[in-house]
Design a protein around this ligand. Structure first.
Ligand code: NGO
Length: 529
């Protein structure tokens, strides 16, 4: 592993201590019978932690007697302990009791909330593994949740098995990790409009996000081909607008209950759902349901093609803003996260003035319902509030947001668009932004990617998956893995601790995990599987 000198010194110091301690244990009068040495694998974490010091040769071994100690009076922390216990129970068959600190005997995994450790930040954690214990500390439950993903990745890959597995040992290498993310927004976007994905499919995708410490799932809930969420005050949006998808399939939609199930599932994994209703363009499904919202006199029909830029709300009609108000109000009421995404991309049929007036007015509606606005980079043509976020995807125009004190989420298509083909022979996906191999997704620094944009201007990175060519979640996974883990590391790991050669060899060890989890992936020739 590529490490800095000071880190190497710390590694050596830690190894010396471990050696001395081990030596003291060996000095007992009667040597214990030789036991088979457990295999200790070096950590293969993705994303790589901010700092990691291994103690060579030592490990904590999970046995039938291992329990998890948590403050059981804190329901949230207890639930995190139960998640880790459930993960360990499945393949090991061990009971893994979750108990309060006072009742746990030795050999424990200890999860502790320490609000005073505020330097760890909202998602950071410290993990200390010795032969005797696994101690995980964080200032917030989110930090504990990120930390148990690290514990999970430190365990043998068999930990992901659905079935019981006989192993002589379940070791976690002795080490100290102090870790927290580089960026607050580490997202993925799923386009459920071009093709519809069921609640279960979205949850499967959330599982992948959780494993790689991502914390935002942006749902693209409406586009020309489909309106995918019930709006009670505008029932035709789904009664009519959801009935098709690209290629003319049956489409589909989420009830508000379905949406809340997704929100809850994500929330339990400390992932924020950002809902997007794309407007004023990409709106044909809405217009097919409510033709009065269009300026044209000819009622629009449902659309199952893939052209962009041609549909728009009639932005000079008052009725349009009553419609936007209904939609933003209802979705905001069932969205605990702070953001509402208004799309705003690729409007070719309005004048610049009409477009700007619309975006500024909608910004007011979004703020009125207690949400911060986010939109694709085109929204920077309007006067933005400092709380508004612009999502860069194709050009430098996003930098205009900075004059208003707005910040950026970076989703540059040649790096982060997971719907781009890997190579010319990739069957799924598009190629308008070129071919995007794993290394392309990994090898860039958000802080130097755009002229005039520094680290402070960026809230984070997000990898969108547009679904024109993707009919089920397995197709989405094929394009997302391994590029999504690459983007996850871009967003989490300090730039100085990132290295392609090192990343690709770590990534290779994740293949059996994906196989156990039943997720599809692309076997890139760039990765030494
Ligand atoms: C563009 C377009 C989407 C397409 C996508 C395909 C944005 C922000 N608008 O990205 O409608 O689906 O490309 O890659």
């Amino acid at each position: 592993m590529h490490r800095k000198d000071s880190q190497q010194q710390r590694v050596r110091a830690f190894a010396v201590i471990a050696f001395v301690v081990a030596g003291a244990a060996c000095a007992r009068p009667v040597a214990p019978p030789p036991t088979p040495q457990p295999v200790i694998r070096p950590p293969q974490l993705v994303p790589s932690p901010a700092s990691l010091v291994t103690a060579s040769g030592a490990a904590f071994n999970i046995t039938r007697a291992t329990g998890i100690s948590v403050d059981t009076t804190n329901a949230e922390v207890r639930a995190i302990g139960e998640m880790l216990a459930a993960l360990i129970r499945r393949p090991t068959g061990f009971p893994v009791a979750v108990t309060s600190p006072s009742t746990t005997a030795g050999g424990a995994i200890i999860l502790r909330l320490a609000p005073e450790r505020s330097s760890l930040g909202g998602e950071g954690y410290e993990l200390n593994v010795t032969t005797d214990s696994v101690r995980l500390v964080a200032a917030s439950p989110a930090g504990l949740f990120r930390g148990i993903q690290t514990v999970r990745q430190l365990l043998p890959v068999d930990i992901e098995s659905e079935m019981g597995i006989e192993r002589s040992s379940w070791t976690i290498p002795a080490l100290t990790i102090v870790d927290q993310p580089r960026f607050a927004w580490r997202g993925a976007m799923l386009d459920v409009a071009r093709h519809f994905f069921t609640v279960r499919e979205v949850q499967q995708y959330i599982d992948v996000l959780a494993l790689y410490k991502l914390n935002v799932l942006h749902l693209h809930l409406a586009d020309d081909q489909g309106w995918r969420i019930v709006i009670n005050s505008r029932p035709k949006l789904t009664a009519i607008g959801s009935l098709t998808q690209v290629g003319g399939g049956p489409g589909g939609f989420y009830t508000q209950q379905d949406y809340q199930d997704i929100v809850r599932y994500a929330r339990a994994r400390y992932i924020t759902i950002v809902p997007e209703i794309d407007m004023p363009g990409h709106i044909n499904a809405g217009l097919a349901a409510y033709p009065d919202l269009a300026c044209s006199t000819r009622p629009p029909g449902l659309y199952s093609g893939t052209d962009v830029g041609w549909s728009t709300l009639c932005v000079d009609k008052e009725a349009t803003y009553a419609f936007v108000d209904d939609v933003v109000r209802e979705i905001s009421a069932i969205t605990p996260g702070p953001y509402f995404h208004i799309g705003g991309d690729e409007v070719q049929t309005l004048t610049p003035e009409q477009y700007v007036r619309f975006v500024e007015r909608v910004q007011g509606i979004v703020n009125k319902y207690g949400k911060k606005m986010i939109g694709w980079e085109e929204i920077t043509k309007a006067r933005l509030n400092p709380t508004t976020v612009a999502q860069q995807w194709k050009s430098d125009s996003a930098t205009a947001a900075l004059q208003y004190g707005s910040k950026l989420v970076l989703s540059p298509a040649p790096k982060a668009y997971l719907d781009m083909k890997y190579t010319p022979s990739t069957k799924l996906g598009l190629n308008w932004a070129g071919y995007v191999e794993v290394r392309d997704s990994y090898d860039w620094d958000p802080a130097t990617y755009m002229k005039g944009v520094t680290e402070r201007d960026i809230v984070g990175v997000e990898a969108p998956t547009w679904s024109e060519t993707l009919r089920n979640i397995s197709a989405v996974e094929y394009l997302a893995i391994p590029r999504l883990p690459a983007i996850a590391e871009v967003g989490w790991t300090p730039q100085a601790a990132r290295d392609w050669e090192n990343f690709r060899s770590r990534l290779a060890t994740h293949e059996p995990r994906w196989q156990y989890l039943g997720v599809n992936y692309y076997r890139s020739p760039q990765v030494p599987w």
